[in-house]
Write a protein that binds this ligand. Structure first.
Ligand code: F6P
Length: 551
């Protein structure tokens, strides 16, 4: 059933709250954070929330109480309550693919029941988790041996998009908790360099490949998986070895066995798990092998805490809802094109890349759920790098450029790797950046430093650059789960306001189809008749000439 009741009627920009926000924006757009803070000495505490183990300080945003009131009203007018319930209860809110969206079921408490198409899916979810745990324990303990009897020392996850970014991000984030006598690598790109560099120092007898693909039809993943099989068999020289060195993670048993992996060695999941929302499913197998089943379950528990918070908390105190609404505020009223995510935590170095797929594949849409062309801005560009590195590259633009870039700063009060007082230095930088962005440095302050007149404009910081600060105690598996779910639900909130299907990704199809058509044109020995545009034809001809060394 396609849910119509949850789809708001009438265009977003005609809603009462939207109109009021437009008027409110006109009053507020020149108001400086300096003013807002000096008017209210408790602003830093009033615009802050602690829930689900996460502290969100959103006081350094260009908002007032009225802004929040209107944004919450907008969420209500857009049917966010109903959409949340529709998602959690398994309605088919992915309308273009006619699918339920139930990544939250992957981390539901044991014993919960959730019926999709007449089937209680909870026992299936736990059955797969138990099989994963069993396999992970065997590999970690050395009970699972390679074909020649050697212990598995290296695990390579082959996948792309959600079948790569989640696993690599979670592994990097939780590396501290990983089994250190094993190595974990991730191959995604169809560029042969990715595979070659991943295996160049490895022994096939000690290497296990996880071929991870929801569809099991993805060109990059199958190409790399074939290369992996050839690499393994060059040493192991027996097809029987494949079953000891290859496992699959997929929803597509048919394609898995066609590829030559015994479905006994397949870990399944379901079409109601979107690729970019799949880290809690069997897609997390490499993570589970790395950190162990107990830690993996702790991560799931973290997701669950945030799910419950999102589902049950009034919007004014709801972390993902507020973060989502603030993004709408900047995206649609301040016309911010991008959002920076800046983890002050080296272990989260792949978190911005992960969020790029989560946010941009979800909300980079140009039509509404009903297929009507949208006349307002939808998903912003997410980007970022860990602090403090970013400070020495792109922060200049955020501080003194002409663009408004709302920032999320993410930090932890305890480090996992104490080295002298380095953690204090790291956190001082995080706090200092949020302060500098918000308050800047006035002309008088610059002059008071003795700056010569001609240099004053260059050294001036206008400030008024908004940011959120997200603080947690320590980066644990549970905290990571909470953090990922925070962003998942923030993205969902945004998509609900923009009235888009946040769970399809038709925009990736055209490029795939054109590449398929082009492959023979690049590979064929005979000069092909090219019928593309003049630019593409010329590029192909040039490539063909130079790849074989002809000039
Ligand atoms: O091309 C985009 C996409 O479909 C993503 O949505 C997905 O995460 C990725 O490709 C990989 O797909 P699969 O897991 O089916 O190989």
């Amino acid at each position: 059933m396609i849910i119509r009741s949850t789809v708001p009627t009438g265009p977003l920009t005609a809603r009462p709250a939207w109109k009021k926000l437009e008027a409110h924006y006109q009053k507020l757009r020149h108001l400086h954070l300096r003013q807002l803070f000096s008017d209210d000495s408790r602003r830093g505490e009033r615009f802050a929330l602690e829930a689900a183990g996460i502290y969100l300080d959103y006081s350094k945003n260009r908002i007032t109480d009225e802004t929040i009131r209107l944004l919450v009203q907008l969420a209500e007018e857009c049917g966010l309550h109903q959409r949340i319930e529709a998602m959690f209860s398994g309605e088919k809110i992915n309308v273009t693919e006619k699918r339920a969206v139930l990544h939250t079921a992957l981390r539901a408490a044991a014993g919960e029941s959730l019926v999709v198409d007449g089937v209680n899916i909870a026992p299936e979810v736990y059955a797969v988790l138990n099989r994963m745990a069993d396999f992970a324990r065997q590999v970690r303990s050395g009970q699972w041996r390679g074909y020649t009897g050697k212990r598995i020392r290296h695990v390579i996850n082959i996948g792309i998009g959600g079948s790569d970014l989640g696993p690599v991000m979670a592994y990097e984030a939780l590396r501290h908790y990983s089994q250190r006598d094993m190595s974990f690598r991730f191959v995604s790109n169809v560029d042969g360099t990715d595979f070659s560099e991943a295996v160049r120092d490895l022994d096939p007898e000690e290497t296990l490949f996880i071929v991870c693909s929801k569809t099991f039809t993805t060109l990059e993943t199958l190409t790399n998986a074939r290369a992996a099989r050839a690499w393994s068999l060059r040493r192991l020289a027996d097809e029987q070895a494949v079953r000891r060195h290859f496992v699959a993670v997929s929803t597509n048993a048919g394609e898995v066995s066609k590829f030559g992996i015994d479905t006994v060695n397949m870990f399944g999941f379901w079409d109601w798990v979107g690729g970019r929302y799949s880290i809690d499913s069997a897609v997390g197998l490499s993570t589970m092998i790395a950190i162990g089943p107990e830690n993996f379950h702790a991560m799931l528990a973290g997701f669950r805490v945030m799910d419950e918070h999102f589902r049950n908390t009034p919007f004014e105190q709801n972390l993902p809802v507020l973060m989502g609404l603030l993004m709408v505020w900047y995206n649609n009223f301040f016309e911010a094109q991008t959002a920076a995510v800046l983890p002050y935590e080296q272990y989260l170095k792949r978190f911005p890349a992960y969020l790029q797929q989560l946010a941009m594949e979800s909300n980079g849409k140009h039509v509404t759920l009903d297929g009507v062309h949208i006349g307002y801005q939808t998903g912003p560009i997410y980007w970022g790098e860990p602090g403090t590195n970013g400070q020495h590259s792109f922060f200049q633009l955020i501080h003194q450029g002409t663009k408004l870039v709302p920032c999320d700063f993410i930090g932890f009060c305890q480090t996992l790797n104490p080295v002298g007082s380095q953690h204090d230095l790291l956190m001082a930088n995080l706090f200092a950046q949020t302060e500098a962005l918000a308050f800047g440095k006035t002309e008088d302050e610059v002059k008071a430093d003795g700056t010569p007149e001609w240099l004053v404009p260059h050294r001036l910081f206008e400030g008024n650059h908004p940011s959120n600060t997200i603080l947690a105690e320590c980066l644990t598996p549970e905290t990571l789960g909470r953090l990922i779910a925070l962003y998942e639900h923030s993205v969902f909130t945004q998509g609900t306001i923009w009235n888009v299907d946040s769970f399809d990704q038709w925009g990736v199809e055209l490029g795939k189809a054109l590449a398929q058509r082009m492959i023979p044109e690049l590979e064929s020995a005979d000069e092909p008749a090219l019928t593309h545009d003049s630019s593409t034809n010329a590029l192909i001809r040039r490539y063909r000439r130079l790849k074989s060394g002809r000039t």
